[in-house]
Design a binder for this molecule. Structure first.
Ligand code: NAD
Ligand code: IPM
Ligand code: MN
Length: 369
């Protein structure tokens, strides 16, 4: 079987702690034989800024470009609050997404059976939840120009961010969402704010057009994004696939995370278009959460979002479906046994740390293999 080249970018804060658990899993696959992985490691975020004064070096960008997949931890933290805007830690993540053209960000929110009582919402609202947020990742207000603060000279400043979407950007993310819906419950809900934004109007029109021309068999509905946020906490099981823009997708996925018990549970896959010749797509796998400065260094971080992101790499980059299933089943079995990191704790349970959780998942993988 092939060896796959991975670039690991742990980043900052809990990024390095959760990446250590993925390294163990990669080591386990390599020791077992079958699918194997060669890994290289780079710096991103504050760690890269400290080393080179940039949020990612050209050398690490080149490595990311040529890797079969990038596995990304998290970036940011108060240490870098004062650094210049274009070299702040988050700029490294945004450059990776933009330069690798990772326009499709898949954020599944699955409530594992053992965690139905861990959500801040009522158990029957989240039990059995399995939804997928498809977030557009390389456009919208994150990248639109102008993006600036100007001094108006009268003691006032003006900040401008620009929301821009072209037809092709909406079409390609809509196709990803409809294609994925066909492998699930065949339903897509598109969220925008066409009532106040021109980009919302175009979004709605283009998604509808792609649907009517190419995906008539998929059920399509539309929701204003603010109402969508409300519906996500009212009755999330009404959704199957949600497709939305970069900023709404960011916010809606943090909301969806709490349906699963914790932000520490939500993985993601950031995918480019398949290459016309090889069919391979550039990809980066990143938990939805950040560097969690409030718990960094305490060994309390939940590694599940990171490990589940690696499972998504197995599934989406390498077609290793059985291996991906095994990692996900091992996560579920570990939770079934009552192991919880602090973020998932409910009364009467004792918390385990990051490494204990990683070790327990590995032990379940061993048992399943
Ligand atoms: P955050 O996601 O880092 O943390 C929010 C809350 O969730 C914190 O209380 C944190 O302890 C908790 N949390 C997050 N992940 C957890 C995990 N795996 N286990 C247990 N608890 C977890 O968001 P924030 O505090 O708003 O941002 C902190 C920094 O992270 C900022 O610099 C932000 O820009 C950055 N950030 C980076 C990414 C990324 O690298 N992909 C994503 C989001 C935020
Ligand atoms: C995420 C994060 C990033 C985003 C930040 C760190 C740039 O919040 O991946 O959800 O806003 O996309
Ligand atoms: Mn976010």
């Amino acid at each position: 079987m092939a060896t796959h080249n991975l670039l690991l970018l742990p980043g900052d804060g809990i990024g390095t702690e959760i990446m250590a658990e993925v390294k163990k899993i990669i080591g386990w696959f390599n020791a077992r034989g079958g699918a194997t992985f060669e890994t290289d490691e780079g710096l991103v975020g504050g760690a890269a800024y400290d080393a080179h004064g940039k949020a990612i070096s050209e050398e690490d960008m080149a490595k990311a470009m040529s890797a079969d997949a990038v596995i990304f931890g998290a970036v940011g933290g108060p240490k870098w609050d004062g650094v210049a805007y274009d070299v702040r830690p988050e700029a490294g993540l945004l450059r990776l997404r933009k330069d690798l053209e990772l326009f499709a960000n898949l954020r599944p929110a699955i409530c594992y059976p053992a965690l139905a009582a861990s959500s801040s919402l009522k158990q029957d609202v989240v039990e059995g939840l399995d939804i997928l947020i498809v977030r557009e990742l390389t456009g919208g207000v994150y990248f639109g120009e102008p993006k600036e603060i100007t001094d108006l000279g009268n003691g006032q400043k003006r900040a401008v961010d620009t929301q821009v979407y072209d037809t092709f950007e909406i079409e390609r993310i809509a196709r990803v969402a409809f294609d994925l819906a066909r492998t699930r419950k065949n339903k897509v809900c598109s969220m925008e704010k066409r009532n106040v934004m021109k980009s919302g109007l175009l979004w709605n029109e283009v998604v509808t057009g792609v649907h009517d021309r190419e995906f008539k068999d998929v059920e399509l509905s539309h929701m204003l994004a603010d109402a969508g946020g409300m519906q996500l906490v009212r009755w999330p099981k009404q959704f199957d696939v949600i497709v939305t823009d970069n900023l709404f997708g960011d916010m809606l996925s943090d909301i969806a995370a709490m349906l699963t018990g914790s932000l520490g549970m939500l993985p993601s896959a950031s995918l480019g278009a398949p290459d016309a010749k090889t069919g391979m797509r550039k990809a980066m796998y990143e938990p939805v959460h950040g560097s969690a400065p409030d718990i960094a260094g305490t060994g309390a971080a939940n590694p599940i979002a990171m490990i589940a992101s690696f499972a998504m790499a197995l599934r989406y980059s390498f077609g290793l479906v059985a291996e991906a299933d095994m990692v996900e089943k091992a996560i579920s079995a570990t939770l079934d046994k009552g192991l919880r990191t602090k973020d998932l704790m409910s009364e009467g349970m004792t918390a385990v740390g990051t490494t204990e959780m990683g070790d327990a998942i590995l032990a379940e993988m061993e048992a399943l293999s």
